[in-house]
Write a protein that binds this ligand. Structure first.
Ligand code: AMP
Ligand code: MN
Ligand code: MN
Ligand code: MN
Length: 293
């Protein structure tokens, strides 16, 4: 049984419990389930409120909302935007965004532009390591090459039995400093917060414990994020070990950030936490959903 977290339901003036998962992917980006299949799994796992946060893409939002409505669970339209900050890739989650906002969709389209060329370059670098045909293999299977991420390459390396799991694929080939890593310039932190706000949403730093940066750099990121109007950080995520929950809970309190929770679910048997199966937020935090009821 997943842990339940307490949510105050203002309308009914009662306290109810609900499983909340505010960071998930569908095959509209680099997940493996369709939005409807993702919702079905979330419901089976007891999720009461679900956000779909595909990378730089909101195509799955409408079908996910429809599926949540028919299943009778709450839906949060979201996105996970790739940004470049301090020469590194950081992810900013936007929650409660309006997916029909044309300027927002265009900004996301522009951010994705370049993924095909980057994927071809990653493939070329893998070929230099003696691993051929990655781009062709992936693009034949993905629904649109403009969404190819390193996750697809990691699955290719597993399917070709070059790596035993996707984590090793990142460690050996795909992460920064490895032979098939290709730098990509995404939008800026400021642009991401701005476009999320223009689409009616709020910004959250995704899995802050996953970036390979010093504490000084992390604090600089949080300072800048806050100054630009960012409101939340993920405290409980599939990318954080439990000791990081406490660390980021302390930082959320210190910075006055709202606390978010999301599995970062991509596919069954991938990652550490299934959709809707998160442990509760640590005490004395203001959840990002505190005024959504
Ligand atoms: P990209 O947007 O192409 O840079 O790919 C980033 C995606 O790769 C993320 O959304 C994660 O799904 C995945 N990813 C990044 N780093 C790792 C890692 N160290 N282990 C497993 N998956 C990762
Ligand atoms: Mn991903
Ligand atoms: Mn991410
Ligand atoms: Mn994610």
């Amino acid at each position: 049984m997943p842990h339940r977290r307490r949510v105050r339901c203002c309308r009914a003036q009662t306290v109810m419990t609900m499983n909340i998962d505010l960071h998930t992917h569908s095959k509209c980006s680099d997940g493996l389930l369709s939005p409807a299949e993702l919702v079905e799994r979330a419901v089976a796992n007891g999720t009461g409120m679900l956000a779909l946060t595909d990378h730089d893409m909101v195509k799955g939002v409408a079908p996910a909302r429809t599926a949540c409505e028919s299943a009778g669970i709450r839906f949060v339209p979201g996105v996970e935007i790739s940004i470049t900050w301090g020469g590194r890739s950081i992810h900013i989650v936007g929650l409660q965004v309006d997916e029909s906002n044309a300027a927002f969709v265009k900004t996301l389209d522009d951010n994705r532009a370049g993924r095909v060329e980057r994927a071809k370059e990653i493939s070329r670098r893998l070929a230099l390591q003696g691993i051929d045909g990655a781009y062709e293999y992936i693009s034949e299977r993905v629904f649109d090459p403009i969404i190819i991420s390193r996750k697809h390459f990691s699955r290719f390396l597993v399917e070709k039995e070059i790596c035993p799991d996707t984590t090793e694929a990142f460690d050996r080939f795909l992460k920064r400093g490895r032979p098939a890593y290709v730098f990509h310039k995404w939008m800026t932190l400021e642009e991401s917060i701005h476009c999320i706000r223009e689409a009616g949403g709020i910004s959250v730093v995704a899995h802050p414990g996953r970036y390979d940066i010093s504490e000084t750099a992390l604090f600089a990121l949080f300072d800048e994020f806050k100054a630009l109007g960012g409101v939340g950080i993920e405290v409980v995520t599939g990318s954080h070990s439990p000791d990081k929950y406490a660390y980021f809970a302390r930082l959320a309190r210190r910075y006055g950030f709202l606390a978010s929770a999301g599995s970062d679910f991509h596919a069954p048997y991938e990652g550490y936490i299934d959709v809707g199966r998160l442990p509760p937020l640590p005490q004395n935090l203001t959840p990002i959903w505190h005024d959504w009821f």
